[in-house]
Design a protein around this ligand. Structure first.
Ligand code: GLN
Ligand code: ZN
Length: 767
């Protein structure tokens, strides 16, 4: 039997020890020259290619590396650089790449230049740089990166399959700057440049290219479908070069026929997210095309289930023949951490349940070997043993938690009285002035705060010493809030490293890695916790601090929690049960914390859900289900309290239009949102919807060190007052203040309180 071919769509670019981040940031600081940065990048690429070669992969990608982002690289390749970057038209190097991404440059003039917009790459936590178009946009090959990297690998004896973003996805994910024009009209200008790129790659010796069109994960309109047809008719005319078009992250659904009819040599599908469709695809799959089966999940960290995967692969083999299949990762491995080998703190049983990028390379190779009948029982048995140990482990399964989640009743997700009634009760109880002032939770995480946390971690101070340090910080924060004259206080979240990690560390069912970093954007990487088991709360997590803080003041001290949807969204979740199930378990744990806070005398409790919007599925028809269980989870966490207890939530940095109904359904007594940067535009949807509960539209942009004046915040409040019932308006910043300095925060909050006082004088409030 022949060998069955293998490949991946991309490999993580950041380096096992975050080498790329270190080199990049050194370069930004001027500590190393561009030459040195390029050298360390080349060393990383070499290592990555050689790892893949050693694993025996047939299709090894190139141009998957990037100093910042692959969409930005595509803009550079096509010479699509907005005028404000004053590009000289010559070959684009790292300087222009970073200038577009970050907007800051060497000279003062460049500093004024606004960076390109950045947004989430489909439904991942990776961010891409949004291409900008104008009706007059013109394109020409303007970067040699893709060609250089192909040649670089070739010189190492590796003939790669270069990766490009497809022309229609490039247009779909970009934005037209002159508003009314249709960006798809630019396809005709774009295609000749793509043809030229392909010809050049062919001339350098390339046999295959991978063209990513993840837009197949969206609901496509006719224009997009026709554009795809046209594009690949043109591109496939480049003689002698084979094209593989790749889709990932979703099923194909109504796009299936368009996808299958593309005139290219190979098609890649996400067989993890698109598992249900595989039989249909095989039935319709065109003769002579090759199918790349993305069977190893590129965006989770769990070991592949070989038995299950082989069922699918066997079907593909039976229907297409072994020559016409490629065993692959579902998407680029850039969304997964690099290697398990540096995880020294995870025990071997736990590690046997996981696979990061390097382990996934092995999985792909093993699956292909087993499928070809060239490896067998031993590997399968080992895989099965690991999966069995996970399935049965008492570390994962907690019958009490399962029972409790199964027993949740509708009444558990409902406050005792309706909002109008609660509002009256809370007014009597809390006795807040009109336009009450508060903050979103965190106060500056100063050097000392971080230094003390590090010292505790390194055992240089005792827990008791650390705790009394935190108490001092809280005392100081209360004193400052006394001076400023806020109405509802916060303790400042000094004890928290991160709003998800803090809770994860205190909950059962979470694991933490030492090195499992994943790129979020540019040189910012995240290390998401792993939710591996049933989630429970062995003991209260925040009560000690909230109670202490409340003991220092008569003003209400707001308890601060992270909501269940956000905790799950910013973690790697289990693949052995629906996401909603894990979220419900977390919701119950948060509910217990809410109830304990109430018992401890905390009368205002905020449950942050900034990540609800970003978890929205790619397909509109899947939204309802997601929003249903998200709202349920929030309500479950919030509804264990008396009417007197005021529940807040907070959301930021997202468009609320798509989810306003769900937000209202969450039924928080108060919501605070970010709105100052958009000059209250983000508030419009709440106004149009006639959002019934209380709302704090942010009046202070916390992303800038600038101290906003009393007048400008007062103006924002007036704007809000014109469109909302005055008795429902709260006064607060856009988001938490942890990234700011006290020197900015104090005067800004003083101004904010002054603005609230001014508006109170002018507006008579009912109730
Ligand atoms: N309570 C959190 C804080 O203030 C909220 C952060 C967020 O919205 N991302 O830091
Ligand atoms: Zn926020």
């Amino acid at each position: 039997m022949a060998k069955i071919k293998t490949g991946i769509l991309g490999y993580p670019r950041i380096g096992e020890n975050r080498e790329l981040k270190k080199a990049t940031e050194q370069y930004w600081k001027g500590e190393i020259k561009a030459e040195e940065l390029l050298k360390s990048a080349a060393a990383l690429r070499k290592q990555n290619w050689q790892k893949q070669k050693a694993a025996g992969l047939d299709f090894i990608p190139s141009n998957d590396f990037s100093f910042y982002d692959q969409m930005l690289d595509m803009s550079c390749l096509l010479g699509n650089v907005p005028d404000r970057f004053k590009w000289n038209g010559k070959n684009i190097g790292v300087e222009t790449v970073f200038f577009m991404a970050r907007g800051s440059g060497a000279t003062a003039k460049e500093k004024e230049t606004q960076a390109c917009e950045m947004t989430k790459w489909l439904d991942t936590n990776y961010h891409y740089i949004v291409p900008e178009f104008e009706s007059k946009s013109a394109f020409k090959i303007s970067s040699t990166k893709i060609f250089d990297e192909f040649s670089e690998a070739l010189a190492l004896g590796i003939k790669t399959r270069p990766v490009l973003i497809g022309p229609m996805t490039y247009l779909t994910l970009g934005k037209m700057q002159d508003s009314n024009a249709n960006r798809f009209r630019l396809l005709d200008q774009l295609l000749p440049v793509y043809v030229e790129i392909l010809k050049k790659l062919k001339a350098l010796g390339a046999e295959w290219v991978q063209i990513d069109e993840p837009m197949f994960a969206f609901d496509l309109n006719l224009e997009q479908k026709q554009g795809l047809q046209k594009a690949y008719e043109k591109l496939s005319a480049v003689a002698g070069l084979n094209i593989m078009v790749a889709t990932y992250f979703e099923e194909l659904r109504a796009n299936l026929d368009t996808f299958l009819s593309l005139p290219v040599q190979a098609l890649h599908i996400d067989a993890v997210r698109g598992k249900k469709e595989i039989e249909k695809i095989l039935e319709k799959f065109p003769k002579n095309k090759i199918l790349s089966v993305g069977i190893v999940d590129g965006r989770n960290i769990w070991k592949n289930d070989f038995k299950e995967s082989l069922k699918i692969l066997e079907k593909a083999k039976a229907s297409l023949g072994e020559e016409r299949i490629i065993v692959s990762s579902s998407c680029s491995l850039t969304h997964s951490p690099i290697t398990l080998k540096n995880e020294k703190k995870l025990d071997s049983e736990f590690k046997s349940w996981l696979a990061f990028a390097d382990e996934k390379l092995e999985e792909i190779a093993s699956l292909a070997k087993i499928l070809a009948g060239k490896a067998g029982d031993a590997i399968l048995k080992e895989n099965q043993a690991a999966l069995d140990s996970r399935k049965k482990s008492s570390r994962i399964h907690n019958q009490q938690v399962k029972k409790r989640t199964a027993a949740v009743k509708p009444a558990d997700m409902k406050r005792k009285s309706a909002f109008a009634r609660r509002q009256q009760t809370q007014r009597k109880e809390l006795r807040l002035p009109a336009f009450p002032t508060t903050t979103i939770g965190s106060f500056p995480q100063t050097k000392e705060v971080r230094a003390n946390r590090l010292k505790l971690k390194k055992n240089e101070i005792t827990q008791a010493q650390y705790d009394s340090f935190i108490e001092e910080e809280i005392k100081n924060a209360v004193k400052i809030q006394d001076k400023i004259g806020l109405d509802v206080y916060v303790h400042g979240e000094f004890e928290r490293n991160d709003m998800v990690e803090y809770f994860g560390e205190l909950l059962e069912g979470f694991a933490f890695t030492q090195n499992a970093w994943v790129q979020s954007y540019g040189s910012r990487y995240v290390k998401p916790p792993i939710i591996f088991g049933d989630v429970s709360r062995p003991q209260p997590m925040t009560v000690r601090w909230s109670k202490f803080a409340q003991s220092l003041t008569k003003k209400p001290m707001k308890g601060m929690l992270t909501g269940p949807v956000t905790i799950a969204q910013w973690s790697f979740v289990r693949n052995d049960q629906p996401r909603s199930e894990s979220v419900m378990q977390i919701a119950l744990a948060i509910r217990d914390e809410v109830v304990d806070l109430e018992k401890a005398g905390i009368s205002v409790i905020q449950i942050d859900e900034p990540a609800i919007r970003e978890g929205l599925p790619l397909r509109r028809s899947d939204w309802k289900d997601y929003l249903d269980w998200s709202v349920k989870a929030f309500r479950l966490s919030a509804s264990g309290v008396k009417d007197e207890t005021q529940i807040h939530t907070h959301m930021c940095y997202s468009e609320f239009n798509d989810i306003i109904e769900a937000i209202a359904d969450m039924d928080a007594d108060v919501i605070s949102i970010e709105s100052s940067r958009s000059k209250m535009e983000l508030l419009d949807v709440f106004v149009d919807f006639k959002y019934p509960n209380e709302i704090g539209p942010g009046v202070y942009d916390i992303h800038s060190p600038r101290v906003p004046s009393k007048t400008e915040m007062e103006e924002l409040l007036e704007k809000a007052d014109k469109v909302l019932p005055a008795e429902n308006i709260w006064v607060n910043p856009d988001c938490g203040l942890k990234t700011r300095q006290w020197e900015e925060v104090k005067p800004a909050l003083i101004n904010m309180v002054e603005a609230a006082k001014a508006i109170r004088q002018r507006v008579k409030v009912a109730g």
